[in-house]
Design a binder for this molecule. Structure first.
Ligand SMILES: C[S@@+](CC[C@H](N)C(=O)[O-])C[C@H]1O[C@@H](n2cnc3c(N)ncnc32)[C@H](O)[C@@H]1O
Length: 275
């Protein structure tokens, strides 16, 4: 099995659509007319969830009608948020077929299918012509991709000159051994977490100029604390991502939280311009 097949298998749940729609219905949502806020607890598969997406999108210079590609779009939460908030036209691609299928269903049920579309594809072979987009985003995906030089070259290819590439990635910020399982990989075999220095160098080599960089650890830690408190209060929210993650979900979430808390990992935002 190739690394990509292993990664897609890792994320495949098997009955995600039914589980999500049943959970939403049980928490009183109208599943035929969903809003992006109805989904915020389950469709943002990254540290800091919706709040992180909000902060990140602010830094992308998005405007109405702009074409954006979200690479590794998952269930489509960030794609729908950016389309709905800024009016851009978003194309999401993801390796995991089931995520693409569910992303499409949720988008249709939000009435956003004209503005947001999804397609199954590898980030290393984007099925788009050169310079098709003005913006590209990569949110918590690089941890599953070993060849980041090829990834950034492919992203540079589909971006117009002067376009912006925003990435929000988990990076290793000091020496140490990562605990497994992690949310993105059960073992180190499909985990390729790298340092900010490596990201900076590879971005430069691929034809990007780094405009800004921010460590979002404080936001991720605060959000994780709030989520634990809300779970403890049994606040009647829709079942969260943990319920959708499958095997050893609590341990995986705990390991990444602990690693951010002890300064081994950090969720880092980088905004780079295509030169
Ligand atoms: C942790 S999830 C993040 C999903 C989404 N970006 C979000 O923030 O909600 C990682 C996603 O990256 C996708 N992925 C991993 N490797 C990929 C690759 N080589 N090409 C495309 N997608 C990939 C996975 O299928 C998964 O949906």
């Amino acid at each position: 099995m190739s690394t990509e097949e292993k990664v897609a298998k890792h994320y495949t749940h098997g009955s995600l659509e039914t589980t999500i729609l049943a959970g939403l219905a049980a928490s009183g949502k109208d599943v035929d007319h969903l809003s992006i806020d109805d989904l915020a607890g389950i469709d943002e598969f990254h540290l800091g969830r919706r709040e992180a997406t909000r902060e990140f999108s602010r830094d992308l210079g998005l405007i109405d009608g702009m074409r954006l590609i979200d690479i590794g779009s998952g269930l489509g939460g960030p794609a729908r948020y950016m389309a709905s908030t800024y009016g851009c036209v978003v194309t999401g691609i993801d390796l995991t077929e089931e995520f693409v299928d569910v992303a499409k269903v949720l988008t249709e049920r939000c009435g956003m299918a004209m503005q947001v579309s999804f397609r199954q594809a590898s980030a290393l072979a984007l099925p788009f012509a050169d310079e098709s987009f003005e913006r590209a985003t990569l949110i918590h995906v690089g941890m599953n991709i070993e060849d980041k030089a090829a990834l950034f070259a492919e992203i540079r290819r589909v971006l117009r000159r002067g376009g912006v590439f925003g990435l929000y990635e988990i990076m290793q910020v000091r020496d140490g051994t990562l605990p497994y399982p992690m949310p993105w990989a059960m073992t180190p075999e499909t985990s390729f977490v790298r340092s900010p220095e490596t990201y900076r160098r590879l971005l430069d080599e691929a034809g990007f100029s780094l405009e800004s960089e921010q460590d979002r650890s404080a936001l991720a830690i605060r959000l994780a604390q709030e989520m634990r408190a809300s779970a403890a209060n049994n606040s009647g929210q829709t079942p969260g991502l943990g319920a959708l993650m499958g095997e050893r979900a609590a341990e995986r979430v705990g390991n990444v939280g602990m690693s951010v808390g002890n300064g081994l990992l950090a969720p880092i935002e980088m905004i780079a311009k295509a030169v």
